[in-house]
Structure formats: C-alpha cells, structure tokens
Design a protein around this ligand. Sequence first.
Ligand code: ANZ
Ligand code: ZN
Length: 857
Amino acid sequence: MDNNSKENSNSSHFYNHSEIEKRIQKKWKDLNIYNTKEFINKKEKFYALSMFPYPSGNLHMGHVRNYVITDLIARYQSFNGKSVLHPMGWDAFGLPAENAAIERNINPSDWTAQNIIHMKKQLEQLGLSVDWDREFATCDESYYKWTQYIFLELYKSGLVYQKESEVNWDPIDNTVLANEQVDSDGKSWRSGAKVEKKLLKQWFLKITNYADELLDDLKLLENWPERVKIMQENWIGKSYGAEIDFKLIKSENKLTVFTTRADTLFGVTYLAISLNNKILKEFRSNIPQDKLREFKILLENAGDQKNHKYGFNTGLKAINPVNNEEIPIWIASYVLDEYGTGAVMGVPAHDQRDYEFAVLNKITIKQVISKEKSFNEKELNCAFIEGGYLFNSNSFNGLKNEEAKYQIIKLGESRGWAKAKVQYRLRDWLISRQRFWGCPIPLIHCKKCGSVPIKKEDLPVKLPKELNFKSKNLNTLKDNKNWLIINCPNCGNLSKRETDTMDTFMCSSWYFLRYTSSNNLNEPFEKEKVNKWLPVDQYVGGVEHAILHLLYARFLTKALRDNGLFNIDEPFNKLLTQGMVQAAAYKNTKTGKYISPAEINDINNPTDPQDGSRLEVLFEKMSKSKYNGIDPNTVIKKYGADTARMFILFKAPPEKDLEWGDSDVEGQYRFLSRIWKLYNDFLSEGNYKNKININPAKEKDFKRIMNLAIKDITEDINNNQFNTAISELMKFYNAITQNIFNLNRGLVKEALINFSKLLAPFAPHISEELWTLLGFNQSIHNESWPKIDQNSLIKDNYELVIQINGKVRDRVSIPTSSTEEQIKKTSLNSINIQKWINKKQIKKTIIVKGKIINFVI
Ligand code: ANZ
Ligand code: ZN
C-alpha cells in the first residue's frame, strides 16, 4: 500500500478492497446472477468448465489459477450474450479421505464434507461466477447412484469384464494400481512405494474396443494443445506390424513374436522372452533350474536400474522361418508380458535395445539394412535404425526396406508363418480398487449365477455408514456382514456383494454430463440437455490429466453415446492446460535440503542457518515440501481477490508457468487503487471542472485509442492472451488520465463505462462497484461487451516512410485518404528527398499504401 492511500484511508478515494469485495459478493448472491440461464431466446450457449478439485482441505494457488482463468472466460462469454454454464463440484472419493479416516478414526464422508465447506468458502472469496445450484460431490449418494447406473450401462453393452490378472500392488497404500499409476521407475504415483506384482480377480472396462475411434477422433480436436494430442496418440500406441511364428526345435510348438520390422527378419540372431513365458514350463527339464533361479534373483535385485539388459540363455533353439537358421532363445528383462505376444525377435544390428543386449551377452550381430544400395559391411557402434536398402537377405536384397516389409509379410502369409497385425499399446482399463472409500461396484457374486448386476431400481448400492476403519482386512467392506450378504437378484440365494470399489477416474469421467442436470433425481442426465450444452466449449485444467482423465472421459462419452444416451462424440471442444504456479525455493545444494524462508536471516543473501552455506534460489512449483507455497487466503486478505486475479492473469500467458512475485502483486494492487481514484475524482466534480479545456483534435485521437483498446482486448481474450489484454487495459487507463481535461464530459463517461466493462472479467468486484458509482443500478455482469466504432479506428493521417533505393531518407505525415499520385507528389516536395534525388532520373516508384514509398534512382 502506498502512503497516498494511507493518508486518504478515510476518504472515498481509498480503495477498501475487503469491504467492497464482501459487499459485492453479497449483492451477487442476493441477485442470484450466476444462476444458469437456460437457453433464453435461443441464445447461443457456452459451457465453461474447470477440472473439479479434490477436497483435500485447502485451496492452493494451482486451483486459484485454474478457476480464475475459467471464470474470466465464462464472464467474457456472458458479456457477449451467451447463455453460460459454469459449474463447480468435488472429486471426492479417494485415498486421502480414507487414510484420514484410518488415522483419526473418523468417517471419510465427514472429513470430506468439512473440507468441502472450507474450500467452498475460499472459492467464494475469489468471486467466481459459478452456478452453485449445480454443485455436487462424487461421494454424494445422489451422484454415485448414477455412476453405478453408468457402470451398468457399460455392463449391458459388454464393456465390463472380470479377469484374473497380475496387478500392480502398492504395498504402502495396500491397493491395486492401474498401469498408468505406476511411474517409469516402477513406483506408485501416490505413495512412491516400489510396486509389486500380485494375482487378483479384477474388473476391467474394454476401452480397447474404442482404441481406433479414440485415435482417429483426435483429428476432430482442433482446439486442443498439440502436445496433449500427441500424448494421447502415444498412449494408444497403434503399431502396424506382423506376427511371425518361429518353430521350436524338438517340439510341436512355436514361438510367435510381434514385430514392426519384418524387413529385418534376416537379421534376427536371437529370440527374447520374459520369465513368465509358458515355454519355460514346457522345457523345464531342459533348462538348469538352479541357474534360472539365480537369474531371477539377479533381476529382483537389479532394482530400479532402468532398461537393464540382463539376459539368460535358455539353451533352447528356434528356426527362423525365412532362412531356416537356428537361433537361440534368451530370457530378457526388457520383454513385456502385456505387449504383443510377449516375445521379441532380436535384431541387434537395427534396434538399439537389442544391440545393447547383444553386446552385453555376446550375441551375434548381423546387418541387413544399409543406407546405400551398394554396401560395405563395417563394424557398428550402435544400431542402424534408419531406413535403407536390404542386403544379406537373399531374394529381397536391394529392395527398399518399407517395400521389403510388405513383401516379407506377404511371403510369410502365403507360407503360413506370418500374419499382418495391428497392435495397440493401450490396455483395458482396470477399474477395481480394494478400498472402501469409493463408489461400490453394483454387482453380486452368486454361487449359482456367477456375477449378477444389481437391478437399476435398487441403486444406489450405498456405502455402509458403520465401518471399522482399523480393520486388518484389506477392504473393511468385507467386515460388514449386514452389508456384504444379500439375496441374489436372479435366483434369490444368499450371495455376496462385490467389495471392490471403482477407480475414482470413473467418477470423474462423466461429471461434466451431470452438471447439465445436477438436481435430477430420476436420471443421470437429460438427453436434450446434454445434447444442448455439450460439448464443453472451454475446458481448463492441469496438463497432468492430459492422458488418463481426458482419455477415460472421451471413452465414456463414446460408449454412452453408443447406448443412445445422447448424440455427442467428443466431450471437450477446446482445452486449455494451464501452467504451474512457481515460487522461489531455497536449496542447500550440499545437503539437498530445502530451507523455509522463515528460517533465513537475509533473504537477499540466503544462507542455511544450520551449516552457513549459501543457498541456491530456484523457482519451483509451489509445494509444502519446498516451503514455497503461498496461501491464497493470505493474499486475498491483504490485497483482495481482484488483485490476486489480475496478478495471476497478468504475470504469464495461461499455458506458461507463472512465477510468484510479491512486488508484481503490489503493482496490480496499485493499478486497481489508481483506477478507483480516477473514477472518484471524475465523479467528485470539484476541482475537475476548473481544469477542463476541451480540445477536439485530442478528442478524436482519444476515440481512436479507446476503440483500439476495445479491439485489442477483445482479440487478446479470444486468443487466451490475458496478460497482453491487461497491458492494453493499462494503456487505455493512461490515455484516459492523460486526456481527461481535454475531453467533453460525455466522452469521459463513455470511456469509463467501456473501461469498467473491459475490466470486469478480470476484476469483477471493483468493476461492479465502479459501475454503481457511474450511476447504474443493474449489475455490470448483466451488461453487454463494448462495441467497436470502426470509423473512429481510421486515422486521419499516417506516417509515410520515404525511401530512396531502399534506404529510409525521410518520413512525412500524410492524409490516409491520399491517392498514389498525391503520395508521390508529397514525397517529392520533401526538401530532404529533393536533396537526395538531386535531379537524377527516377527509374521506378514503388508504393505500399499506408506505409512506404520507394524511389529507385
Ligand atoms: C524386431 C525389430 C527390429 C523391432 C527392429 C524393432 C526394430 P512398437 O512400435 O512400440 O509397437 N516388441 C514386441 N513385443 C514386445 C514385448 N512384449 N516387449 C518388448 N518389446 C516388444 O514396438 C514394436 C517392437 O517392439 C517390435 O518390433 C519388437 O521389436 C518390440 F529393428 O521386432 B521389433
Ligand atoms: Zn443367483
């Protein structure tokens, strides 16, 4: 706060943000202005959506940035006359509540409800234009009833199945994780524990049925960030290749591999399988089991070492179908059970992974592809992975490798040892979780009938209120016999409920549909409403959800569409992934520890109070562990929500990371204070009147500047360039204050009206108050966006650049309406130009209207 505002703290010139914001928020509530207006007068719709938060207890800056961006867009669209749907809710099932329950022996629903109350208050302080009438939490019975309903819809379409499968087991959280929840080091994304393998019966959703559509329809998503689409594409991972059968020696059986490089078949020098391959059982007696056990132990102890290339030669042999060569079969740690056929043909000369494996294990390396047609074999020091021409490949020699791929598969198909094959990396979605704080899977297990769905009219399958949170049972739902035992809906026999609950991604895969009909007790959503409101026009959220959440939501949308529930193909039309909020963190590079700023004596010369060593200052994502989190509450209290919003929107483009800076926050506060003063000065007439000295030329200029501001700010918002929009607002503000005494009062008022509106999506409270000061009774947020007066944009004069032989020799002011003749005449009148031309002959004259004239002499 500057001194000036302190002195004036009792006058109306003092920008009392907290009083204003409280009052304005109450006004909005009383007017109920953010209640969604359903398609009034066939207005165009706009669905603005933020990824809903997990109710962890406190709002953090990442949330604030997310919701402020969406709010700005929602408000702007409403100014532009659209019916706006801007809802908010809670992604409320999941582990933190369950862990809190176990730690404190409280019900997770109570813990969650408290958090929601607290966080909602914080959200309200931000002044969001959210329609709170549509709020829900995914753990509400009235919501998860419909999650179960949707599960049964998928069940009906045959998209749900149960399978015994090796699962990723998190030994800290005691739960199964989806592949996606295990990072590249084999650790749980949540607990960080090293994930183990375990066999369990699990529920899956057949997302792979939609692999092609999910891939192809990425083309429709023109307004998604390119990198998100690439991530989804890689995740689906469609590969065109072939399955090739290798006969096993001394066996009727064969080993089938999946390869994308059939062109390298002559270069195969080994086959690789994983430890789980069934031929290891078939040939148990041929393989020294003690050696194999040693190898297993070696692998287990290899730990996290990424891409380790340990191998074990089984002694078994197979025949390469293309040339009948005998090749050894190795066990390799890089072979995945879950991809292709779980077996690989090793081509060390042309695959880097195979190359490293072969070098380490002293396996032959045979080259079969070279860049040029004529080839001299030379030693490789890495795999040659580019395209080229075949050699060492009998009748295929000299062929381009892409062509050879096709020819070799064709030969193999005619001989019966190859089959063209499309392979996806995408796996079915494992949705079972062995935890109690989730949406119960609405099925029962009957000895006679197998798994039977609960009847839709009996939904929801409610979570029992009484649970033993200290249970030794993996999932305490198993302890609750009253809940567990139920008559089979089919035969009436006593049977057991399914105790697995759903992955919370299931709850968040359809919430955007529910917002269209949040309060409907009879249906998950109304078809007409979904058809009208969807797709979401602008979705805003973190890039960490680029793959899973967005892919699952797309899948569910398509699956439910196919059940006739609505006619939408894609849920999210436009996607904005906001950058992170970072702040200075202080790190002792010797110990690797972060030091809290509170412990540092001199922040400009930071040292570790423990060992005195100088600390490195890093800008990193705000987090508790780095002591660099900034609490939104504190900022709002000190400066107000409008300042916080302005800062966040001004400091960086929304997609980029944002570095927190206190002085920049103060800068925005001062800007709002000055705006406040401008309006008050203007309206308190007194000294204003005496200084007036109207100047028509300046008025004309000012009108141009004002309309240019409207034009630029509008374009900036349309392009999500909120930071430059605020710069334009600042310019407009400067133009008003510089010209105010030279403009007639009507024009000043017009400017202040426009300025308030342009400011409103960014700083909604202060602009509402300014609006009232200007004498309007209605809310500014029901107004329409300023219109551009195209005529005022036209300049009377412009600066013409005069060049001779391409060099600038003069600049003159010239009427915009000048013809080419007049442009030439004016230019030749310039004394400077006359000097340069010096009576030489003009060979050519080039005119770019509105800009340049060039004389060639
Ligand atoms: C021989 C070969 C030669 C290969 C070459 C590549 C390059 P994408 O493109 O991701 O589909 N592969 C097949 N199944 C595998 C498994 N279960 N675990 C690990 N690797 C496996 O990858 C296909 C390639 O990955 C296949 O093509 C195979 O190696 C390997 F110069 O076959 B290739
Ligand atoms: Zn039964």
